[in-house]
Design a protein around this ligand. Structure first.
Ligand code: ZN
Length: 323
């Protein structure tokens, strides 16, 4: 078996960084908080389903790809929560982490959820989303002729699935294991060799479009600098002789710089120069800023003074080795 680990969505990382730093009384604060809640719940739900994949007992080779983003000919994107691929079939999974009583109307295509207090609201139709993905995957996998199955999985144990059409299976996460077994029964003959399967998975992964952040907000709306975690990120820490120190509670840390630089990367820019570093983090000395930047061996272009440093992905992870 093979797994590609699910990464936190970029938008969620962005919102985490923003909410830590957003200035008091920002007019869109409640909008960002709501967006964060929704994405955070979605990610938690996906992780709950991911645990189930690890428990699948299956003698065959299979791959589980998470958060695959593919673009179709019209340049519209298909974001697949999970794609399970084995020699016999593939399964496109849409994961929903919502609670309440859920109804799918097969005629109007309207999906609604009824909350315990009786309020009814609509939510995107997961069945039509799956069908759209399946039509697209059929096109890109035409040389491999693997049957394509779909499923909508509810990760929230308190969701009650009521009326739904029988076009795409809909079930709770606890039903995943037996659903996979039933698909092996439905498709008993292997279509691909292990080698063909690996090649097909490579093809899909090569087409994956890395996430891009499209939102940026004006930097005057959030607090700059290295912020003190002990003061709930309200107060700035200052750099002196290689150490960051909180101006209010006196807390000191070296490693906190990684988190703050990741915030900068998410909120401001993926590149940084000596003068941008000094300005954002409140460092006066150009030499100190230079030493700090060089310490982490960031790739970059240009000579020392005007060098543009490129901040790598998984920045806090990357920087750990240098502390
Ligand atoms: Zn503090």
């Amino acid at each position: 078996m093979n797994f590609v680990i699910r990464k936190k969505p970029l938008k969620l990382l962005w919102l985490e960084a923003l909410l830590k730093r957003l200035r008091e009384r920002d007019p869109e604060a409640s909008y960002f908080i709501e967006q964060f809640r929704r994405l955070d719940a979605g990610f938690a739900g996906e992780q709950r389903v991911d645990k189930e994949w690890y428990e699948i007992i299956c003698p065959n080779t299979f791959f589980v790809l998470h958060n695959i983003v593919l673009a179709n000919a019209a340049k519209h994107s298909h974001q697949l929560d999970t794609l399970f691929i084995c020699n016999h079939f593939m399964l496109v999974v849409e994961i929903k982490n919502i609670s309440g009583k859920l109804d799918f109307d097969g005629i109007t295509y309207q999906c609604t959820r009824t909350k315990p207090d009786g309020t009814v609201e609509g939510f995107p139709n997961a069945i039509t989303q799956i069908q759209r993905h399946i039509r697209f995957i059929k096109i890109i996998s035409k040389n491999y002729s693997l049957p394509i199955e779909g499923a909508v999985i509810f990760s929230n144990p308190s969701a009650i699935i009521e009326n739904h059409p029988n076009t795409v299976p809909i079930f709770h996460v606890s039903g995943l294991q037996s659903h996979i077994q039933s698909l092996y029964k439905k498709h008993p003959k292997p279509i691909l060799t292990d080698e063909q399967l690996t090649r097909f998975v490579q093809l899909i992964r090569a087409q994956h479009q890395p996430q891009e952040l499209l939102t940026r907000i004006d930097s005057s709306r959030f607090r700059h600098g290295v912020l003190c975690p002990k003061c709930k990120y309200k107060n700035q820490m200052f750099y002196y002789r290689g150490i960051w120190k909180c101006s209010v509670c006196q807390h000191t840390s070296k490693e906190i710089f990684a988190e703050a630089l990741q915030d900068y990367q998410l909120l401001v820019n993926r590149n940084i120069t000596n003068s941008q570093l000094r300005k954002f983090f409140g460092i006066e000395s150009s030499d100190a800023a230079n030493r700090l930047l060089r310490k982490f061996n960031f790739p970059g272009i240009g000579t020392t003074k005007n060098r543009v440093y490129h901040l790598p992905e998984n920045l806090t992870e990357y920087m750990k080795q240098f502390f």
